[in-house]
Design a binder for this molecule. Structure first.
Ligand SMILES: [Zn+2]
Length: 268
């Protein structure tokens, strides 16, 4: 059976294979990798930071405009001092349907996701009925403070904003159990499975994670809360597809996780 695939979590920041190459070539690398792996659509998430290696949301929008299978979720920074990636700018993009959601980066920025400073991001997501992606779990940098990134903090946001749709990124890795409780308890919370490995899965780690995701599905009950994403170029698209092929899912469950859930949530 041929399958439609949406990768709801990729980056085009200048790391891994995208180091020191211009933005148009990074988009081309993404597009080529998608094609090579039969991935139909992808969602690029812009960084909370803007610098030479991390393009702004407006730059990304400019460069992807001829790729209608590539979408954008805009990263937001509390500590933004250069006037880029602002709420006013994002409101305009949301009004024009140019961005499909917003993302905050607790842990990288040292604030809890329920910090009142994030409320304007939450309100904007509710107003335009788009999901808020929240980084959860390990930050892969010693500068991150992981207590802010623990998935348990997402519960406060979910309870206090019942109309908000939340995607906890990376399944709260390595706090899978805490993440699955948040999803089970709150009907407005989803999770993506991106970024669980740097590069390729080893056989051991793949087996370990198949177990974790199986537990997750058994506990949270429905596959409607899980979204396929990779974190490419940090994780390999090919290795990820191989990994999810090992999950024991029926056709309908697979369709939800690989495609339908993202299509519905991001309105793709
Ligand atoms: Zn990511």
């Amino acid at each position: 059976m041929t399958q439609t695939i949406i990768d709801c979590h990729v980056h085009i920041n200048g790391y891994e294979s995208l180091k020191n190459i211009p933005l148009d070539e990074r988009i081309k690398a993404l597009s080529d990798t998608m094609q090579a792996n039969n991935v139909d659509q992808a969602v690029i998430i812009s960084s909370y930071k803007v610098n030479e290696e991390r393009p702004s949301t407006s730059q990304i929008l400019e460069y992807i405009k001829n790729n209608d299978n590539i979408h954008v979720v805009a990263g937001f920074s509390i500590d933004n001092h250069d006037g880029k990636n602002t709420i006013e700018e994002y409101r305009k993009y949301l009004k024009d349907g140019k961005i499909k959601g917003l993302k905050i980066y607790p842990g990288y920025e040292h604030y809890y996701p329920y910090d009142p400073k994030y409320q304007k991001v939450i309100d904007l997501c509710i107003e335009y009925d788009v999901p808020l992606m929240i980084h959860t779990g390990d930050t892969y940098t010693p500068k991150g403070k992981i207590r802010y990134a623990h998935p348990i903090n997402v519960d406060d946001v979910a309870v206090d904003n019942p109309e908000l749709k939340i995607i906890t990124c990376h399944l709260g890795n390595p706090w899978f159990l805490d993440c699955q409780e948040i999803i089970y308890k709150n009907k407005n919370v989803y999770a993506d499975i991106s970024g669980l490995v740097l590069g390729d899965f080893t056989e051991f780690y793949e087996k370990y994670l198949v177990g974790k995701i199986t537990d997750f599905l058994n506990y949270a009950g429905e596959p409607k809360y899980l979204l396929y994403g990779t974190d490419w170029p940090i994780s390999s698209m090919k290795s990820y597809l191989n990994f999810v092929s090992k999950l024991d899912l029926n056709d309908q469950e697979r369709e939800l996780i690989m495609f339908e859930n993202s299509k519905r949530l991001f309105k793709l």
